[in-house]
Design a protein around this ligand. Structure first.
Ligand code: NAD
Length: 284
């Protein structure tokens, strides 16, 4: 069996087109244009690429983009002051602080300082708590985007065994909560998990978010499984690849996301969806 490709780029374009129409409709009704503030501290090359893409995509969707590029030596207190200003600014509906932050900054304190109604990354304990309680408001973009990709297959997810590899706060944990909310039976694997291949072999759905190229081998994949590869890795020759051995896994899976062109574009489109949702929450 050769898997069908889950085209994240096409799905993201579809979602972004719908969001663009909804933003225009808001403006026509005299409602404020959704505003997204993206804060970058330092000059991490990968972060600069992500931030540029987030800003460009939000502008293309007719949103207002506010750029804050702060020097690496920005103090924790100065960053908190920027967040406070953005929290108080009615033109800013969404605040995203690009991670990772420099070591001298307390990332958790920064995340918790963002007004939960403007927390378009969905990382604030309030928003994670709502997801735990099955009453989500602003949901972490990457896992939420993965759910859109899973639903795009048209497969029934209810009762399926989903194996999530990785348990980080931004990928693995919220991914497991999303899958649980979709009524999957969920197994979470991490660096201390015993017999990862044996667990993956049982999975109807595999979501890999580790950051290790080819960690998930093709012969681990159950025939017909849906494989979502969140990993972004760079090979020695400079190419991007995921955590799954794509070529071998494609021969066994029913559906699979490519890297690039899978989860990455969907994450950004979902960020825009969250920004529009945040603006709607702040209308009232
Ligand atoms: P992280 O380093 O915070 O977490 C990695 C997780 O993998 C940890 O929970 C760890 O326990 C687990 N792990 C490590 N080695 C393992 C092993 N051998 N077997 C099983 N589990 C193991 O990373 P993260 O921030 O969650 O990101 C994970 C990957 O996803 C990275 O490649 C990152 O670049 C990518 N990512 C992609 C997007 C996107 O939009 N496509 C968004 C966020 C992260």
């Amino acid at each position: 069996m050769t898997a069908q490709i889950i085209d994240g780029k096409a799905q993201a374009q579809r979602l972004t087109a719908t969001l663009t129409e909804r933003v225009a409709a808001r403006r026509a009704q005299g409602k404020p244009t959704p505003g997204l503030a993206v804060v970058l501290v330092g000059e991490n090359a990968a972060s600069q690429v992500y931030v540029r893409s987030k800003r460009r995509t939000s502008e293309n969707a007719g949103m207002q983009s506010f750029a804050f590029d702060l020097p690496v030596e920005t103090s924790h207190e100065a960053l908190i002051a920027v967040i406070d200003r953005l929290n108080a600014d009615p033109a800013v509906h969404g605040i995203l602080v690009q991670l990772p932050l420099p070591k001298h900054v307390d990332t958790e304190a920064v995340t918790e300082r963002i007004d939960p109604r403007k927390d378009v990354d969905g990382f604030h304990p309030y928003n994670i708590g709502r997801l735990v309680l099955k009453r989500p408001t602003l949901r972490p973009c990457t896992p939420y985007g993965c759910m859109t990709l899973l639903h795009s297959t048209g497969e029934d997810l209810v009762g399926r065994h989903a194996v999530v590899i990785g348990q980080s706060n931004i990928v693995g944990r919220p991914m497991a909560l999303e899958l649980l909310m979709a009524r999957c039976t969920v197994t979470i694997c991490h660096s201390a998990t015993r017999d990862l291949p044996g667990l993956v072999r049982q999975a109807d759905i595999v979501v890999a978010g580790v950051g290790k190229p080819n960690l998930v081998q093709g012969d681990w994949i159950k025939a017909g499984a849906i494989v979502i590869d969140v990993g972004i890795n760079r090979t020695a020759d400079g190419k991007l690849c995921g955590d799954v051995d794509f070529v071998a896994a494609r021969e066994r899976a029913g559906w699979i996301t490519p890297v690039p062109g899978g989860v990455g574009p969907m994450t950004i489109a979902t960020l825009l969806a969250n920004t529009l949702r945040a603006a709607e929450l702040q209308d009232s």
